[in-house]
Ligand binder design. Sequence first.
Ligand SMILES: O=C(O)C1=C[C@@H](OP(=O)(O)O)[C@@H](O)[C@H](O)C1
Ligand SMILES: C=C(OP(=O)(O)O)C(=O)O
Length: 427
Amino acid sequence: MNVVLSPNALHGTVQVPSSKSIGHRDLICAALAEGESIVENISPSQDIEATCRILCTLGAVIEKISSDQPGRAAYRIQGGLHKRNLPLRADCSESGSTLRFLIPVGILSGNTITFQGRGRLAQRPLEPYYGIFRQRDIHYQTTGRSLPLTVCGDLTPGRYALPGDVSSQFFTGLLLTLPLIHGDSLLCSTTPLESASYVDMTLSCLQQHGVFIDKERDGSYHIQGHQQYRPGRYTVEGDYSQAAFWLAAGMLGKYIRCTGLRRNSLQGDEVILSLIRDMGGRIDDTEAVHAFPSQLRGRTIDVEDCPDLVPILAVLATFSTGMTHIIHAGRVRFKECDRLHAIAAELNAIGAAIQEEPEGLVIHGVHQLSGGRVSGWNDHRIAMALAVASQRCTGNLVIEGAECVRKSYPDFWQDFKKLGGICRQEG
Ligand SMILES: O=C(O)C1=C[C@@H](OP(=O)(O)O)[C@@H](O)[C@H](O)C1
Ligand SMILES: C=C(OP(=O)(O)O)C(=O)O
């Protein structure tokens, strides 16, 4: 699906979807608990559905209960993993979190399981797990670099060492499962841990579900075995990674108010509030989070701990005065697409001035963009960032492959229209 966006300043109130990252974690913890849990305020998306599907394959019973709030659902989960007699298949769709969180869960279940995926997921790195499998005699087989991947074996207690600069999702996968095995483990990073705030989010979710990990420092965790997840009722808070698009839209458009966000959240992407403020933007978060149109100034932004903000930060920087330098962004090349290349190529095609570096972007501000045809690169965050930029185009902007927002935010285009965006399907 291609969408045609006519330039128009967005304004109004939007309830942001709930956190995809916390949603994955709460669903997995609930599926690992014996007994019934309810996870409320989930924003269903392609990624969340992939996680639910695989948890069901592994033995959990999950019922989706629709909510009176549009775009939200509660999930009733009867937890517990089962060993089946047949080899299992797990379709992760395009979700890196689902794949990397559920590989250790699949092994823990005692099944032989083949993980599959689509789009870029088949090439996204899994080597840190392969190193561990080889050390611990966990059988694995893969035809290409990554997927399909068949695994089976035993998760045994002991020392787990892996690099910290590929993806924090390997740490989360092991932290979710090692507390359940029959002995203690040490999980440590052989290089400084990047995206560390996501691992802290994991520790906090585990704690809420009754599992405790002793963090020595970022990248070093002592994990007691023989623990059990506690079933219960959990509510997922609003998503700062998604709010970032609307807050940026408020900076460049008229005014936007985001509801559903928790202050002092464990989401690293809450940093978007201070990043915008540091660029000179006016954000008021006394009641909900309000973004007021502001002239931003370029600066250096280190995204080591907030990689998902890169596409929208590139848009903000494009309309800022002076130069912005986005640094520590090398890993962003291994997401749903090479995001450094994609956002630079698409914004430059319509008049931006962005230079790619191996691990970052140098962005010189411009007054406006021209509009034209751009690609969403089958990447939700690229498509949503381009949609925000359309407000400041002089002509229509056509975004090709706009359906990719379903990965995390299926209602994005509806919300865009509710905020005054002029959007129609091409053809
Ligand atoms: O743990 C998580 O929920 C996530 C961790 C991050 O990945 P990396 O650790 O690979 O940077 C982030 O980019 C991803 O969207 C979600
Ligand atoms: C990279 C993302 O997710 P995942 O790694 O789970 O595919 C994302 O949502 O931007």
